[in-house]
Design a protein around this ligand. Structure first.
Ligand code: TXA
Ligand code: MG
Length: 323
């Protein structure tokens, strides 16, 4: 057990020292908190997999503070990267490129590619600059659990296991970055995120393929193999209010604890069910709250706006699937 320090934005130099000597430090980004290690601290990077319980074939995103750093860790960078970076860096876009051999293979799960992103959060950028090296960082949650959007979530999962968390309050977007691969002839969207497919297509001037769901070729994005973002509670999604009401009525007699999350006011559905306001930004936090309240089942009713949010729906589906 180590004592996990909660640092503020004035203590970034201290956080950088910890990272430089091979400790793990969680930090805020505009999407979710990341669990950081310095790019060349291989032992520290190995321990990210251990503390998260993350399969070693699921590679990590490398966070940079400049485009020059990208050229140091990636090679044969296509022009399209610079087009995307011009528009979306810094911001919630992760780009998969061909890796240089100087990048430890533990980062990329043995693959010859590397995922890079330049976060826009000032604390993240200042921290990367103070360390002077890129930071590898997966989302700061135990593998499979909802991501952390507040420092207290990071502490729930890693208190006593990591050196520090830099407190940046609640993260702004609450859903992870969009991941796009530029390894092939055509760009492929590997993970929907805050930057939409349409926004990317508008910038690159052509259509962007989505990763086919049931592709049988090599694994393009190992992270997609696993159940994810899931609370202990069962998440049950309803398409319409009548469907939800039928279910609630039917389950009235069971004594399971339920919580209902909806993006708009729908009036009370049952006096026995606590209701809460659902948004993409608060989604992970709501799932964690439900676990804290020992809720057995989370009922979710989406509206049309949420149903159109590809990034949110991707997380919702994976949080609600059972394996
Ligand atoms: O917003 C975010 O992206 C956050 C913050 C902390 O930056 N990070 C994050 O990291 O969500 P993580 O580890 O939870 O998700 C990274 C995703 C995984 O699906 C992983 O498989 C994929 O990126 N990935 C990483 N390196 C890759 C690579 N070389 N090729 C394909 N996919 C890769
Ligand atoms: Mg994650």
């Amino acid at each position: 057990m180590i004592k996990t320090q909660l640092l503020n934005s004035k203590q970034i130099a201290h956080a950088a020292r910890l990272l430089k000597r091979g400790e793990l430090v969680a930090f805020p980004t505009e999407t979710v908190y990341g669990l950081g290690a310095s790019l060349f601290q291989e032992l520290a990077i190995g321990s990210i997999f251990t503390v998260k319980g993350r399969p070693s074939d699921n590679p990590l995103i490398v966070h940079v503070s400049s485009k020059a750093q990208v050229a140091e860790i990636a090679q044969e960078i296509p022009d399209l990267f610079y087009v995307l970076a011009e528009q979306f860096f810094p911001g919630p876009l992760t780009v998969v490129l061909k890796k240089r051999s100087c990048v430890p293979s533990v980062v990329s799960g043995g693959m010859n590619s590397i995922a890079v992103r330049m976060p826009s959060h000032p604390i993240a950028l200042e921290l990367i600059e103070s360390v002077g090296e890129p930071l590898v960082a997966p989302s700061a949650n135990l593998s499979g659990k909802p991501s952390a959007t507040q420092p207290k979530h990071v502490l729930e999962d890693f208190e006593g296991k990591i050196a520090a968390v830099v407190d940046g309050g609640k993260t702004k977007l609450g859903i992870e970055s969009t991941v796009i691969s530029l390894l092939g002839e055509e760009p492929v969207l590997l993970r929907p995120g805050s930057i939409t497919k349409e926004e990317i297509e508008a910038v690159v001037g052509r259509s962007v393929a989505l990763l086919p769901r049931d592709h049988s070729g090599p694994v393009l994005s190992p992270g997609l193999k696993y159940r994810h973002y899931a609370p202990k509670a069962q998440v049950r999604v309803f398409d319409t209010l009548p469907d939800l009401k039928v279910y609630v009525d039917h389950m009235q007699a069971s004594n399971e604890r339920r919580m209902l999350l909806t993006p708009s006011q729908i009036g009370e559905v049952s006096s026995a069910i606590e209701q809460g306001f659902l948004s993409a930004q608060e989604f992970y936090s709501l799932l964690r709250d439900a676990d804290e309240k020992k809720i057995d089942e989370i009922l979710i009713l989406c509206d049309d706006a949420l149903k159109k949010d590809a990034a949110f729906m991707n997380r919702l589906i994976r949080a609600s699937c059972s394996e």
